[in-house]
Design a binder for this molecule. Sequence first.
Ligand SMILES: CN(C)C(=N)NCCC[C@H](N)C(=O)O
Length: 302
Amino acid sequence: MLYTVLKKGAAQRVASTASKAASKKLSTTIEQVFVRRPPPNFALGLTTPAFGKPSNTDYGQALRQWLRYVEVFERRGIPAVSLPPLDQDCPDAVFVEDTCVLFKDNITGEDVAVVCENMARERRPEVETMKEALLKQGFDNDHRPFDRIGVVDGEGEMLDGGDVLKCPVSNKVYVGLSSRSNRSGVDKLASLLPNHEVIGVPVTKVLHLKSCITALPDGRIIGYDPLVDDVDFFGGANNYLSVPEEGGAHVVILDDKTLLVAASAPRTADILDKEGYDLEIVDIEQFEKLEGCVTCLSVRRR
Ligand SMILES: CN(C)C(=N)NCCC[C@H](N)C(=O)O
């Protein structure tokens, strides 16, 4: 199911919010996305013990849901770079977000790509094709090449892209200290991003930081409290919006007034609609069965 909620009057309210934040260099426009078709064996993907194994998965449905997800970007004129499918040994290959993190340096404007070599051991075979795409990307078309590519691959360094949340209006980068990312990985990321404030955030109740919080275009954190270790960590009620369902904690910022939200979060969609946002709603139920969410299925270059 895919529909867009178009709001007239409310858009002006969001526009005023956006203009206030504009002075803080809103980086909400997406230049391109990287995606990868789900493999037929996607149901064999990793899940945490607390989450449990998936049931009633359906590859045909997964493929249709993935195509509709990619359509949201393409319909908005955002080019989607498709990574080569990995249909044999990488059931989690559709969750490209974990393989790298892309930044535009707040001060220099440099395009920085950080490749997460040390993700979960079972998933490391996914990284090479992402790295190749990042390197190639700069020369294939008129997109500027990445100015710098760093790698989190040192002894003991662990980092998943799903743990990295950039604030759209400041130089803050929150990184989950989860089962997939550790302090050494956070420190390595900080060393690759001298003009960002990289902040480690305890994550013990879910797989990744972005399993329980993401960010809105005005810089507020949006989160599902029962899964957040410490909601006060993000600056209190002025900077944090609680949502009533897990699927509502994950939004992809499409522009400064439009959000991509999962169909599993209808009550959150109502809240965001009343906040003045336009919404693209996408059903990703097959990927939610593998602990995925709307951010996992793409890498956004802004
Ligand atoms: C924000 N999230 C949750 C992500 N970026 N990644 C989801 C990865 C799910 C996969 N089955 C795994 O366990 O690796």
